[in-house]
Design a protein around this ligand. Structure first.
Ligand SMILES: [Zn+2]
Length: 340
């Protein structure tokens, strides 16, 4: 089969690879229908994180089940399924509490790399959710979005306690931030402030439900959010970047008693204890337990209530994955879909 390998920062190649086979009796093998490039793939691509040898890439996937191990009961050959970036048993205490990304048996969800024609998914019963049938082609981008960016934006909105009567601010205008806007809207938020400087992303944010746009960053951005909220700050703030600046912008944009849902993977973030102590702000986040939300998100997509697939603004054949990485690195694309 063909699959993406990262050899070094900036060096991504599509190569002949061994087609994955069942390893554990709880595994499934999927024929990948669509995969994509994640912003977190750009950390090693940019040399900010080490590249771990020649590394198979990709952790977002939708596809058709080709084979299942003998202990798999909930998923059948021929099902169209999606899962997320961590595999989980969905039965331990942590999973049952809704924190599947912290499952006591968690492991990478796309064990052999999802940017490929086939992928092995461990703990198939706990990890994968089947759609009600074979999806129409136009639903595939939205289902793929649910695999990570939608599930992550949704968790951020839930962690930030977005809901009726709330003003939500969103720091970060990548796919996760934009889908945080969509989630906040679905959860009933009254007002949604998007922090973005890019016209195309602002337009998509508005389409997803943003009511206000703030173009300032850092302390100026905070001042602008305060101005829009009677000097108090937002009730709920979604942080979808993961830098010191974005995290402090999120915390300082939140009113006392309010909630920050942070899902940008933290890179060199150090929180000042004294400022936190006096802020009265709740912080909750981390790797999103996407699995918790998949049944609900699949239903919303299947019914065409939401169209999160709009974040994919570039679709390329798998063979052109290197161009996909370049386009996201250079911010020419919000999110790139790879079609095997
Ligand atoms: Zn578990």
């Amino acid at each position: 089969m063909r699959g993406v390998i990262m050899h070094a920062p900036g060096d991504v190649r599509v190569e002949d690879r061994e087609t994955p086979t069942l390893v554990e009796t709880t595994d499934a093998i999927l024929r990948v229908a669509a995969a994509c490039v994640c912003k977190s793939d750009l950390w090693p691509y940019r040399g900010i994180e080490a590249v771990d040898g020649p590394a198979p890439m990709g952790h977002e996937y939708v596809g058709v089940v080709e084979q299942v191990g003998e202990d798999v009961e909930n998923i059948e050959v021929g099902d169209f399924v999606l899962g997320s970036f961590f595999a989980s048993d969905n039965t331990c205490e942590i999973c049952r509490a809704g924190y599947q990304t912290h499952c006591v048996h968690r492991q990478p969800g796309a064990a052999t790399g999802a940017q490929s024609q086939y992928v092995r998914v461990p703990l198939a019963d706990g990890t994968l959710v089947a759609t009600p049938g074979m999806p129409d082609d136009d639903l595939i981008p939205s289902l793929l979005a649910a695999s990570d960016v939608l599930g992550t934006g949704w968790f951020a909105a839930v962690a930030a306690e977005a809901g009726p009567g709330k003003t939500v601010a969103v720091v970060g205008d990548g796919a996760v931030g934009l889908l945080g806007v969509l989630a906040a809207k679905q959860l009933g938020a009254e007002r949604i402030i998007t922090m973005s400087r890019h016209a195309d992303r602002q337009a998509l944010a508005r389409e997803f439900g943003a009511t206000d746009i703030v173009t300032e960053r850092g302390d100026e951005g905070v001042a602008r959010v305060k101005e829009l909220t009677g000097g108090l700050g937002a009730h709920s703030v979604i942080e979808a970047v993961g830098t010191q600046e974005s995290m402090m912008q999120a915390i300082r944009s939140t009113r006392p008693g309010g909630h920050v849902g942070y899902v940008g993977v933290a890179h060199d973030v150090a929180l000042p204890g004294e400022e936190l102590f006096f802020s009265g702000v709740h912080l909750h986040g981390g790797p999103a337990p996407v699995r918790r939300f998949l049944p609900e998100l699949i239903e919303l997509i299947w019914d065409r209530t939401i169209d999160p697939g709009r974040v994919f603004d570039l679709t390329l054949p798998l063979e052109q994955a290197a161009e996909g990485y370049r386009a996201m690195d250079e911010r020419r694309a919000i999110k790139v879909l790879l079609a095997p």
